[in-house]
Ligand binder design. Sequence first.
Ligand code: DGJ
Length: 558
Amino acid sequence: MKMTSVVLAALVAASVVVTLHAQVKERPLPRLVKKDGRYALLVDDAPYLMLGAQVHNSSDWPAMLPKVWPAMEYLNVNTVEIPVYWEQFEPRHGQYDYAMIDTLLTEARQHRVRLVLLWFGTWKNGSQHYMPEWMKLAPDRYPHMVDKNGGAVDSPSPYASASLEADKSAFSAFMRHLKAADPQRTVIMVQVENEAGTWGSLRDYSPAAQKLFEAPVPPEVLDAMEVKAASPSPNWQEAFGPEAEVCFHAWSVARYVGQVAAAGKAVYPLPLYANAALRDPLKPGAPGSYESGGPTDNVLAIWKVAAPALDILAPDIYMNDPAAYLKVLELYHRDDNPLFVPETGGTGNARFFFSALGLQAIGFSPFGMDYTHERGDAAGGSKQREEFLTPWAMNYHLIGPMQREIARLNFEGKLQAAAEEKGKVTETLPFGPWEAVVSYGALWNNSPQGNPEPTGRVLVAQLKDNQFLVAGFFCRVDFRPAGTEQQRKSQHIVEGTGQTPSALINGKWQHRQFLRVEEGTYENGVFKFLRIWNGDETDWGLNFGAEPVVLRVSLATY
Ligand code: DGJ
């Protein structure tokens, strides 16, 4: 038989991959580890903090990448999150196009960044808009969900077995290719689907789905959700009452996504995650007011049992209410779930990168960070674009040079962080015999007023008993002796301007003394000394402004 040009091209491509693979040293697989209740993402066998940014939805095309890299450079990211589109990857059933993935790998390596690839497969924001044309044109085989009235919903059915099989095959082909083409581990994690779930209907009302909705809830779901139902094998309505449909849909979607994830992981076991369109964590509305079926905070336990191949369930946080933002971080930082923020946005929210760090986040990634858009957010003139990026860029320019140290200190439980909240002008971070006192909007000898807008943020890490690493923006940090826990019960604290932070411990005053405050920068894991801060630079506490400043502070008492 005559070899067709397509087969020939595929063989040549495969042999190129094999040859390249043979030349490049295979690095260790990225993986998630847990120790003493804390998680780390290991990349090249060491804790890694993803200083990430996600591109706009339609930016993963060769002609768009030149508008991506300059933004990433400006931000100083170490990781770029970028989609892989099913419609582009499998233009004809069973024929996969690896060209875009290869382009990404090459260009990411040239720009010295890692990648998180986002599989825009069956679901993208609750819809099936990224399914290839050959699927969109065969709705009988690849059906939409059916609503209460029998109408088609703009969302794929989680009970469509042909769609599931097609997605499993495509996702596995993509992961198989990564395994062969990426011994460098440029890709460190993969997102399976995007904001899976449904808007506009609580669940699938097709006859097959209806039958399952009326059947007993699987016992592992009852266990996971700690349901105490009246009957031994309740159906969904009996077990979950007003949340029955959302819980059922979460189980249906999670099982589907879990199977896609498992198929990919079987060929290449990279860390995998699914992202969530959130519900309001403080005032959650009734089912129907948020996307149904995704890993919202009320159904995380269902997703965990239904999709064990997913390592992380991750929140996309766009809320502008600081209390809600912080609550989301808390809800997704669980013993069974490392905290990872794969998408975020919103004016003034850049400071919450520090709040996430304080909960041992393994990564953080603002959304829409490229220059493809000509609208008011990441677009407009270059000045406007950069103003939009600047608050996020500041974080990464500060942390970038010491990213590995920060990741390690956080994994070891030595790091704490804070972000300013309106109306709260000071806060205390406890470190055993010392307390770090953080205040906002304090200049020279005045007392803290809070910044005009809450932009303050800081991290403090304990390097030794009496030595700390401090870095932040728009805040003042000082240290106060804290004594032992027993002693702290009776301590007396001096607050106020110009006074040395002191405490009356066991009847004796102890005053903080700066032994040495060194400004420096990390280079290849080593603290490089720049100068000593003293005099005006320390007499009113350690003041951080808009510049990226890192201090190593050695303390004593007198
Ligand atoms: C969340 C989605 O996950 C993103 O892909 C994007 O659509 C943003 N919303 C909104 O721009």
